[in-house]
Design a protein. Structure first.
Length: 163
């Protein structure tokens, strides 16, 4: 919360070169299945939340932008490639999973369903394992050290030499 009790959200890219801060209420949260969002995210669909009614500040770096259509720009980290924004004339939306705490930002609508990939709805029915469920065939997982930025703001990044 900010001093005047407005909610505050933070987030950024995986490498930490780009960080953002949102103060105020988030707008509509959605996933978009359209082919343009698939290509922009390299993924089956793109989860976005509007920050149109809030204040958005880039607190470290700023996204590089690709103009994906006559109407919109797509922002991403130029250092690590994390997709971060969808920017249209009526406002900016941020990638939900780029927030430090995405669990609280639940999508309420799906857009672009004409391009929904045929297996997307079946994913939740697939066999399921935790990350460490594969440790016998991928022993490096037991020793894994993350080089991603943590899920909170940092005074300095990267903190030191990587091991
Ligand atoms: Zn980055
Ligand atoms: Zn889309």
């Amino acid at each position: 919360m900010s001093l005047d009790n407005r909610p505050v959200y933070t987030g950024g890219c995986q490498c930490g070169a780009v960080r953002f801060r949102v103060e105020g209420a988030l707008g509509d949260a959605s996933v978009c299945h359209c082919r343009m969002c698939q290509k922009a995210s390299g993924n089956f669909y793109l989860p976005l939340v509007s920050v149109r009614g809030a204040r958005l500040d880039w607190t470290r770096g700023e996204p590089k932008r690709f103009r994906s259509s006559s109407a919109a720009w797509r922002g991403f980290c130029a250092e690590c490639g994390t997709p971060l924004t969808f920017e249209a004339p009526d406002g900016i939306a941020l990638a939900i999973a780029a927030f430090d705490d995405p669990a609280g930002i639940a999508p309420t609508i799906q857009w672009g369903v004409e391009a929904k990939l045929p297996y997307v709805d079946a994913i939740s029915k697939l066999p399921s394992e935790e990350t460490m469920g594969d440790v016998s065939s991928a022993p490096y997982l037991a020793e894994l050290v993350s080089y991603q930025h943590p899920d909170h703001d940092t005074d300095q990044w990267p903190p030191e030499e990587k091991p």
